[in-house]
Design a binder for this molecule. Sequence first.
Ligand code: ATP
Length: 427
Amino acid sequence: MEKLVSLAKRRGFFFQSSEIYGGIQGVMDFGPLGVALRNNIKRAWWRSMVELRDDVVGIDAGIVMNPKVWEASGHVQNFTDPLVECKKCHQRFRADQVSGPRHEDDGGEFTEARQFNLMFKTYVGPMENSSTQAYLRPETAQGIFVNFATILNSSHMRPPFGIAQIGKAFRNEITPGNSIFRLREFEQMELEFFVPPAEEMTWLDFWKEERLKWYLALGIQRERLRLRQHDKDELAHYARGAFDVEYEFPFGWSELEGIAARGDYDLAAHQRASGRDLTYFDDIHRERYLPHVVEPSAGVDRTMLTLMIDAYHEEEARGEQRVVLRFHPSMAPIEVAVLPLSRKEPLTALATKVEHGLRPHFRTEYDDTQSIGKRYRRQDEIGTPFAVTIDFETVNDQAETIRSRDEMTQVRVALAELRKELEARLR
Ligand code: ATP
């Protein structure tokens, strides 16, 4: 984990936010490669969950919502973690994460646990009082529930159908940590799938399998992924069943995504609190009902961490240690690096031309810094599947070398065939 975090910073995937001021706990900034990786994750999710389905539509709701949303949803009352404070040093901890009645570091006794609400508060408008207080959303799901009727009326969707959203969420976690596993500002990818009540468990079954397949398609190792069914005592009181997709992180098996059958809890709560009718009238079966919901809820940050950990390999190559991120090509921030052997002309002009020719078809990078060996090592470390090297021969033979990240083989290919050759390897 330490090595990965250091690579992430050195190469510009992620690092402490506002670091020049000492950082801020629980918030990370994402560098050029990090943004590229996150975009790949979000694009793959949106593609599979929205674009490739005819029963899901997307929305993008506000981050700050009417605070009544969070009263109705139960978050004001219940979105809490138990908190204890050390009476000696006044540090605070999650009660379920301490090992005894005293602080291990200084022997100070812990206070009784109290419930600590995880929602960030803010004020909307120039007045700061209880009537202007609002919250940063702790999940994207509620933006979907409160828009259910509007989407139903403005689209031709009818249950079973889903509404998807990707966006930032905020939780004032008592103990953020494990790199980007638990953050205070993070990004969710959520689907609320609205179904006739009798179909709820069938759809839970469908979505848990579908979501596991999605992670496998990103190239994550099968033996480090599992579905874990929640025990009865773990379930929220309204939930009919739930599964977590878990990954075997260096700190143990942990949740990557939660998939839950939520009954009509959310729509019923908002219907009650808002006084709006959120039922659906099925004009074929001539019946009116409040749809039940199956929710697959994933995190961009946890997926990113998983992809990086899973891809991370240290290996011995030709008497040298190398670090390589074996990303699936669809996830690699850069697909093709174009590397002129030297900065001399005509190589620069030729390599630039080659890179510009590939750019519309692949995620490319042009790199003419350092020795070629160092550049290969950098591309290995950032997980670029292929590097195209332009050398002095290229001028004469109109061919260049494709070097593969995984096999470290090099093949000479005619410039005219380059795009086709790369497509065969990457698509
Ligand atoms: P945990 O038990 O780990 O706190 P949770 O069960 O509260 O998670 P959910 O409310 O089910 O999490 O959120 C759905 C998904 O959102 C999680 O599976 C995770 O990928 C992501 N997520 C939730 N909280 C955080 C966080 N603090 N930092 C990063 N991602 C998060």
